[in-house]
Every structure is written in structure tokens, then in C-alpha cells.
Design a protein around this ligand. Structure first.
Ligand code: SF4
Length: 107
């Protein structure tokens, strides 16, 4: 299946809609993520917003990572993330901050 790549713009922040489109495309073209613990909590997993305070980002990422640790499809999620570009996967996937993390983030 061929899918259009989003524009490659360095430093661009994914909107929730763009992230949802990337995840949908990945799911439709990859492993089944039915039962994902993050269902209904997608904004927790987005990359840091440009004006989001660091402590808020840390708290959000901690909450997201906690969901990932109990997620029944974490291995499949990691496979999906590995198949995406940094642009598409910016944010938390399978308990790891991917894409373009802030300086100092590690996972
Ligand atoms: S491992 Fe984390 S990001 Fe991946 S599907 Fe599960 S809860 Fe969502």
C-alpha cells in the first residue's frame, strides 16, 4: 500500500489531527493495535508543544509512559513506530519519546 508522506518540514510540530492521521495510516498499513491502552488519550502522547511548560510535559509523558507499560500491544506499537518517519512519530510511542524530543528528554 502506498501512502503519501506528509511534508518534510524540519522543526514542525504535529497537530493532534496530523498525529491521528499518521497513527491511522500506520494501523491500517501495519500491525493491529486493537486494545491499546492509549485509546481515547491521544493528546497525552503528543510531542511537547512550543509553549508547554517543561514540568507539564514531564508529567504528561510520565502519564503516557505509565499507560504504555501496561499496554497489551506495546510490542506491535514499537513495530509501528519503527516504520514511521520522525515527522510522523513525534511523541510517545511504546513508552519511548520519539521523533524530536526536547533537549534533556531521554527514555
Ligand atoms: S504502547 Fe503506548 S503508545 Fe503504544 S499503543 Fe500502547 S499505550 Fe499507545
Amino acid at each position: 500500500m502506498t501512502r503519501a508522506n506528509p511534508p518534510s518540514v524540519a522543526g514542525m510540530i504535529l497537530s493532534p489531527a496530523e498525529r491521528a492521521r499518521a497513527l491511522t495510516a500506520a494501523v491500517l498499513d501495519g500491525p493491529d493495535l486493537t486494545g491499546a491502552a492509549c485509546t481515547g488519550h491521544a493528546p497525552l502522547f503528543d510531542e511537547p508543544g512550543p509553549r508547554e511548560p517543561p514540568e507539564a510535559v514531564d508529567a504528561r509523558m510520565d502519564a503516557a509512559r505509565a499507560m504504555c507499560t501496561i499496554c497489551p500491544v506495546i510490542a506491535r506499537c514499537a513495530t509501528v513506530a519503527d516504520g514511521l518517519t520522525d515527522y510522523q512519530r513525534a511523541g510517545m510511542w511504546a513508552g519511548i519519546i520519539r521523533g524530536r524530543p526536547r533537549t534533556g528528554d531521554e527514555s
